[in-house]
Design a protein around this ligand. Structure first.
Ligand SMILES: [Zn+2]
Length: 180
């Protein structure tokens, strides 16, 4: 997959071009710099996600709607992993920044591809508590009993489905996917 959004070499600012080169797996066309040979590898970006279970609200799950979404969809708390943090630190930070909830315990649910956005999703179950105050990125939240929550057919939705199965709930899917 070639990412044509990146147009210039980050090394020397020459416009990139699709150039075939022999790699370990054979000839491969990627965006490369014709001047200095720099390659835009276009590796997937790690995104952290959390199924947030509110320990002080009867074990209900917090799903939130991103302010940038046009549809009224509720989804997991997500954020980009930052340099200098572990995935566990990163998702605890994202949950705190986006909801102000304090994470008490994290369990890895799984790792999921999200190829449309060229992301790899590392999904945790987060047991959290505290007062809920949303960041401006989030428009609203809803609390769901695990048996009532609906999943969607994209990376984070599959993570939610896997977690529900681990708790003995057969996941129900809706057909409109959110953007993350
Ligand atoms: Zn260059």
């Amino acid at each position: 997959m070639i990412d044509f959004k990146v147009r210039y070499c980050t090394n020397c600012a020459t416009p990139l071009a699709p150039i075939e080169q022999i790699e370990d797996s054979g000839p491969k066309t990627r965006l490369r710099c014709p001047a200095c040979g720099w390659t835009h590898w276009n590796n997937p970006t790690p995104v952290l996600a959390a199924v947030v279970e509110c320990a002080d609200r009867g074990g209900r799950l917090l799903l939130a709607r991103n302010a940038a979404w046009s549809q009224r969809m509720f989804a997991l708390i997500t954020g980009f992993m930052e340099a200098g943090e572990t995935p566990q630190q990163g998702i605890a930070r994202e949950v705190a920044e986006e909801t102000s909830l304090q994470v008490n315990a994290l369990t890895l649910i799984g790792v999921y591809d999200f190829q449309r956005m060229n992301q790899i999703i590392i999904a945790y179950h987060a047991l959290a508590q505290g007062e809920i105050r949303l960041s401006p990125e989030l428009a609203e939240y809803k609390l769901f009993a695990p048996a009532d929550v609906r999943c969607w057919r994209a990376g984070t939705g599959y993570a939610l489905a896997d977690w529900l199965r681990s708790r003995g709930h057969e996941p129900q899917f809706i057909e409109l996917p959110p953007s993350a």
